[in-house]
Write a protein that binds this ligand. Structure first.
Ligand SMILES: Nc1ncnc2c1ncn2[C@@H]1O[C@H](COP(=O)(O)OP(=O)(O)OP(=O)(O)O)[C@@H](O)[C@H]1O
Ligand SMILES: [Mg+2]
Length: 304
């Protein structure tokens, strides 16, 4: 029987985030009950921002990614910069929280183009594991998750609760379930690079977390760290440090190359640095982090 999700006065929220940028629609069965079948991500993932379960909803099996609440104050680009003065907490959440990062990325992927009103052709290639929308979980599902030991609200303080206007229903994203997730290998690495390139260059989704775990076959599955343009942090970086903004938009090549090496994928395909100059941070801002690559990289080519 369908169960009402949480407080009935907090009904559907419409596409999220509600700030005029790319956004994700609600799952088609917002009120259907969820049968929790088994955990899909590994145990002991302390640093993880989410947990993934195989679930059954309205007789169909899905992968359900359940997100922890995060606090913009623990995001270096918020607390460590003047962005905290420019961007109210309510809006900062849309640009720093992994749930909203996935909503924005999957909203853009669903549209298939950067501007949904543009006349440019849609990008139709399958670059990501399919997403069917977001879900706000019922109080009963939240209790079940707590019983399993998932502390989803540890980062919620008074300020964040206020910014969320008291609506702290647990957020989740429904995806196609891959029964036997394939890994990256020599045979699909080129296609995986194509996925990353299309997302980056055509859809302006910067994944920021290119690693083997975040692919299922040649498709990306994890957009929890992604920045999708227009993005307030990139807008800020464009103003204060064009080099760092450029690095953030272009880091996928270096990260992809690192991944090929770390995974020891037996391929002659390599991301090759092509920059004519070294890209470096000019300042010592804490938020610049240690992630800046020494070289900007751009193309991929076969090594003979
Ligand atoms: N649709 C899916 N089908 C099958 N398995 C999945 C699916 N989505 C995720 N998984 C499994 O769960 C793991 C974790 O998923 P994902 O990378 O999206 O979450 P995460 O790393 O916890 O997120 P975050 O980086 O935001 O903390 C994947 O590496 C994969 O093994
Ligand atoms: Mg992941």
């Amino acid at each position: 029987m369908a169960e009402s999700r949480g407080n009935s006065s907090l009904a559907s929220k419409g596409p999220l985030p509600p700030d005029g940028g790319p956004n994700l629609h609600e799952f088609k069965y917002p009120d259907a009950s969820i049968e929790w079948i088994k955990r899909l991500d590994g145990e002991d993932r302390e640093g993880s921002e989410a947990i993934v379960y195989r679930v059954k909803i309205a007789s169909q099996d899905y992968a359900l990614k359940v997100f922890k609440f995060s606090n913009p104050k623990s995001h270096a680009f918020y607390w460590g910069t003047r962005l905290q003065n420019e961007l109210p907490m309510k809006k900062a959440i849309f640009y720093t929280d992994p749930f909203y990062a996935e909503c924005r990325a999957y909203g853009r992927i669903g549209d298939g183009r950067v501007d949904r009103h543009s006349k440019s052709p849609r990008v139709r290639q399958q670059t990501a594991v399919e997403c069917y929308g977001y879900l706000l979980l019922s109080a009963r599902d939240e209790r079940w998750l707590i019983e399993q030991g998932h502390d989803l609200k540890a980062d919620l303080d008074r300020e964040v609760r206020e910014a969320l206007e008291g609506d702290t229903r647990v957020r989740a994203i429904v995806k196609h379930l891959d029964e036997s997730p394939g890994s990256l290998h020599a045979g699909n690495i080129g296609r995986a690079w194509k996925s990353v390139s299309i997302l980056n260059n055509s859809l302006k989704i910067y994944n920021m977390d290119i690693k083997a775990d975040n692919f299922i076959g040649f498709r990306l599955v994890d957009f929890g760290s992604s920045w999708t343009e227009p993005h307030e942090i990139l807008r800020y970086l464009d103003k204060v440090s064009k080099d760092i903004a450029k690095d953030k938009r272009g880091r996928h090549t270096q990260n992809f190359n690192d991944m090929i090496e770390e995974e020891e994928i037996n391929t002659r395909l390599r991301v090759v640095p092509t920059s004519r100059y070294q890209l470096r941070s000019r300042g010592k801002a804490q938020w610049a982090g240690r992630e800046l690559p020494k070289r900007r990289t751009r193309t991929i080519r076969r090594l003979d």
